[in-house]
Write a protein that binds this ligand. Structure first.
Ligand SMILES: C[S@@+](CC[C@H](N)C(=O)[O-])C[C@H]1O[C@@H](n2cnc3c(N)ncnc32)[C@H](O)[C@@H]1O
Length: 525
């Protein structure tokens, strides 16, 4: 018998251990009992990722072992929470929405609050002292509606950490801020925020630190929904280390306290980088690139941006207007200024591509379609769009997303059109946001529910070939089961968990239909 190495020794008793911790693949155990007994001590050491650094990517996270879809990376609480920069009026005490025109104001700083209790809340004291220095009310929101002034609040809360929570301040100071670029770019919102705390609410804040804190907020925040339904943003010690990819392998979910959970969306190999998406995955190449360079100050060279076809979806490419046989592709080397036809070599400038897309987006204004066209005509509209774009392109996706919201009627023809659209959306998700992601879960649920509708209406209208019914219902159930697996990974207190009720209710309906189909067949026999 081989002598056990240090790695083979049970973490709890030191005896030879053949079992490995399923998460970090490092700790060994001789039995499940000893794994359970060691769980308290092991929890803090158990990691399937590590932080690494490179000149191109800065500090980032990478897998230390094979990570499977759904595996937990980590959960953590924020060190700082505040309103999003451009926000509707929101109470600075409890973060609930303020919707009445004659809203209450904090007697000292005059910022909107929902009650005296919130104005006097301990969490508001420190910021109130600073905000009250704005005697002319230059930065104070005055009216109902969205305002960029809430940008000041998160910045102020960040600056106050230096006094109120030095440990979190240290973490914040270590975060990437791109402050030199923010300073140099002369961004009007950045400049206004710095000026506000150096010239209006003068409290001795260091100007360089103001640049840093606002840069950190722009570069590292995550937005979540509070229990009051308002949008808030937060900073986290570990989350801030996720780099970006336009095809992310990590899925993030949050609960209403701002606690986030990061899980693997797909299988991740050892040493692979762990990435989230800072932009929408369903945005075209030029929009993603613009946002990443303006806010995050880098040029994306992820797998998707480096593949001119975006994994065969041609998501951002119009069809060549000359030969019509191929699509216009970005000319390569990371540049999107020139686009070239794969077949005939026609060259387009980015501005021509944008023109083509915006012409179509204007043409597909829903008011021209809804209530004015039959489902047959709408089907033809979708086909016509596919003459100009690949079926997985962003413009048909926009059109069919709108169409789904507008198609009325619960009959066989409308359900069939919806089914076609959801199948198309699933194909796009599988390529651009694969795995256990919320968007894919939502598409899977809708596809399952729509196939259920196709079957029910098909039977009622005698449009469906009855022997096909069992296989269609089976297909719908598989989609629903996968959706259920995805939403079960959402935190217990998250809003997304409510999808589970809808999934179960459609699944039960399908099973009832299966039973009645079976009874009908048995009855005939
Ligand atoms: C949330 S931070 C991520 C951690 C960061 N790498 C660091 O060193 O602190 C975001 C910043 O990381 C860098 N970054 C993120 N994703 C990147 C990528 N795919 N390629 C190059 N830089 C990236 C950019 O500088 C970006 O502003």
């Amino acid at each position: 018998m081989a002598t056990p190495t240090a790695m083979d020794a049970c973490n709890y008793c030191g005896a030879p251990g053949a079992l490995k911790c399923g998460r970090c693949h490092a700790a060994c155990y001789c039995s499940r009992d000893h794994q359970r007994l060691d769980s308290g001590d092991h929890r803090d050491l158990c990691k399937n990722y590590t932080s690494v650094s490179s000149p191109d990517l800065g500090e980032h996270l990478a897998a230390t072992c094979l990570i499977l879809p759904g595996n937990l990376i980590f959960s953590e609480n924020p060190i700082l929470v505040g309103p999003v920069a451009y926000s509707d009026l929101i109470c600075l005490g409890c973060h609930s929405a303020i919707t009445e025109e004659d809203f209450s104001k904090c007697p000292d700083c005059k910022w909107p609050v929902c009650s005296k209790v919130c104005a006097n809340s301990k969490s508001h004291w420190a910021e109130c002292d600073v905000l009250a220095k704005d005697e002319l009310g230059i930065g104070i929101p005055q009216h109902i509606g969205q305002t960029p002034r809430y940008d000041l609040i998160m910045l102020l809360r960040g600056l106050l950490l230096k006094e109120t929570d030095p440990k979190s301040w240290k973490v914040l100071m270590a975060m990437q801020s791109h402050k030199e670029i923010w300073k140099k770019d002369n961004d009007p919102f950045h400049a206004a925020a710095v000026k506000y705390f150096t010239e209006v609410c003068k409290c001795g804040f260091d100007e360089d630190e103001i640049h840093h804190v606002r840069g950190v907020i722009m570069t590292n925040c995550m937005v979540f929904k509070s229990d009051k339904g308002t949008s808030l943003r937060a900073l986290y010690p570990q989350f801030r280390l996720f780099n970006h990819s336009c095809i992310p392998n990590i899925h993030i979910s949050s609960n209403s306290d701002g606690e986030i959970t990061a899980r693997a969306a797909v299988t991740i190999q050892k040493n692979e980088q762990l990435c989230i998406s800072y932009t929408g995955t369903m945005e075209p190449l030029w929009q993603r690139q613009k946002y990443l360079s303006e806010i995050y100050k880098f040029q994306c060279q992820c797998k998707r941006c480096s593949d001119p076809t975006e994994f065969g979806t041609y998501f951002s490419s119009p069809r060549c207007p000359d030969c019509r046989r191929s699509f216009m592709l970005p000319s390569g080397n990371g540049s999107i200024n020139w686009w070239i036809c794969e077949t005939c070599g026609l060259r387009y400038e980015l501005i021509d591509v944008l023109q083509e897309v915006s012409d179509w987006l204007n043409r597909i204004d829903m008011s021209d379609f809804i209530g004015k066209r039959t489902v047959k005509q709408l089907n033809k509209d979708v086909d016509r769009m596919h003459d100009s774009f690949h079926p997985l392109h962003y413009v048909p996706l926009q059109f069919t997303q709108n169409l789904l919201r507008e198609i009325k009627g619960e009959n066989y023809v409308t359900f069939k059109l919806r089914q076609e659209i959801w199948e198309n959306h699933l194909e796009i998700c599988d390529k651009l946001e694969p795995g256990l992601t919320r968007r894919r879960g939502m598409v899977l649920f809708n596809l399952g529910a729509t196939i259920n509708g196709v079957v029910k209406s098909g039977i009622a209208e005698k449009e469906i070939y009855l022997p096909r019914v069992p296989s269609l219902l089976q297909e719908a159930k598989l989609f629903l089961l996968e959706a259920q697996r995805i939403f079960q990974l959402e935190p217990k207190t998250s809003r997304e968990r409510h999808w589970l009720y809808s999934i179960t209710s459609v699944y039960d309906e399908i099973e009832a239909m299966e039973r009645s189909c079976q009874e009908g067949t048995e009855h005939l026999e």
